[in-house]
Design a protein around this ligand. Sequence first.
Ligand code: GUN
Length: 295
Amino acid sequence: MAAEIINGNEIAKQVRGEVAEGVAALKASTGVEPGLAVVLVGEDAASAVYVRNKGRAAEEAGIYSETYRLPQETEQDEIVELVRQLNADDRFHGILVQLPLPPQVDEETVLYTIDPAKDVDGLHPFNLGRLAAGNPTFVPCTPAGVQEMLVRTGHDPAGKHVVVCGRSNIVGKPVSLLLLQKAAGANATVTVCHTGTRDLGEITRQGDILIAAAGRPEFITADMVKEGVVVVDVGINRVDDATRERGYRLTGDVDFGPVSEVAAAITPVPGGVGPMTIAMLLKNTLQSARRSVGG
Ligand code: GUN
């Protein structure tokens, strides 16, 4: 039977609508306008699209947003200095430095410069540490979006076996920690596996929920999933496709067609997790603005 397709665009629209209401209420009661600064270094085409979408979504929700575009060859010190200025700038409650950064820049040095109280991306070790300690403040946006999608579509992870395939700092590790929390919308049994796992299919087939975040196109094939699984595909990969005018197509980490014949529910790429990441960024920015006035 073909799987239920989980519509990330639709769920993200709901979340963005809720954020817009929260922003309007905050402005009305305190006069505070939430603000988001986005830093983009270089000309990576995919990053430019994400950043444009983030800026537009922020404005639609009533969030003041500015994007700082720096050339590919910018030195690390200059980026660090910009982040310090943004830390001190009261217009901004959230700062996001789009990854990846160019090779001459150490991503950790830049991310660790962001004031944890403005780290709406949740990637500073202070915020990752709080998540690990079971007392999260800013949860990274993609993991938060994955959880929100599951809960809002009736696939609550509580008590289920969630298998996460991927171990990145941005998705694999934090989504594992998030769904492991003893909290509503989590409380799962979590297994983390990755491209170095022996007999990977043995592990992935155990998942009631499978989160694919390995960063490899169509890596999860139909023989690697259990009948009736809920599949969340976090991958966004560009693969060459001469039949497309632009010369490539976007595909996830899941072999969508065959896997959707076996799964109970699945997120598509595009239109799945991607829009949720942006919605959760806005939600974190609103949360940060509320905190700035003691909320
Ligand atoms: N690049 C791809 N996804 C993300 C994200 O969620 N945050 C940042 N900062 N960069 C990204």
